[in-house]
Design a protein around this ligand. Sequence first.
Ligand code: PBG
Length: 349
Amino acid sequence: MNPYLPDASDPRMAGVKPLPEGLRPVSRPRRLRTTPAMRRMVAETRVVPAQLILPAFVKGGGVDSPVEITSLPGQFQHSTESIKELATQAAEAGIGGIDLFGIPEHKDEIGSQAWDPKGILNAGISAVREAVGDDLVICADTCLDEFTEHGHCGALTPDGRVDNDSTVPLYAAMAVSQARAGAHMVSPSGMMDGQIAVIRDALDREGFTDVSIMAYSAKYASAFFGPFRDAVDCSLKGDRKAYQQDPSNRREGLRETLLDLAEGADLVMVKPASHYLDVLSDVAEVSQVPVAAYQVSGEYAMLEAAAANGWIDRRRCIGESLTSIVRAGADLVLTYWAIEAAQMFREDL
Ligand code: PBG
């Protein structure tokens, strides 16, 4: 007798009849969920450390100790020294790569610190390359928003719009300087039309035929980038809706991706991740190159905030969010939890 089930004579069972023979389930999917070992064996999606990339920030102006970013608890603005330690930890954790963003001391109209060989991002790239060599894939963000005083991702026209065709050559100069500093991969995130073709051409002309391009292909004008803008001391007033995509457009994500593939992208990316899993799944369906998804600052901050309040199970939610992104079709995930998640997924194996 099952002690948890009332027997038929229990008055609470009035009107409850056992399942008729013909209505017993023929298929019982629950059989494959019976034990942890069974569930582990039949899991359709596995996240492994090698597919995770850690976004990280390096700040100029001689900061000596890392500064925690208020809206990204657990993430720091690093010095060129502390970024080396972080990269070493990342390599030891067995993650795939690190994606570096720079916070310069001085900004100007065109973001010229971005391609200055002594600029903070290039210094950070060299420092990390020196620390980890080829043990991690060193990616560099190739975009001007951290470097311009107006905070836009490119140069402006006299009437204040972002000028596509005068911006793309600046990206090319930036990408070449990043390759020279030791980046294995550049990652143009500015959403200028034609940027991939021009960057590829510039890298090849300078002899960097082996430096790859991870294209932010389907990048949306998302409010979930909010905490990142604090992280990089971004001076933007207004928004990026004239160059980043409208969140309502799914088909357009595919169009952007196909253009980047035609221009020579080695990897394509969808960003943000969790609220764009439909776009990610579309892209994964057609792409012949690896597909990355960026779990952005707002996705991280929301979950950390809820966990700090004790409202959700932090560890399980991190695991579930990353598993969902991979399930939707991501081969790689950029995530601020990369190091911690690598450990987590390893323990769960
Ligand atoms: C632009 C860039 C942004 C992010 C990555 N690259 C900000 C933006 O487009 O406004 C956001 C990343 C995040 O929110 O975690 N260089």
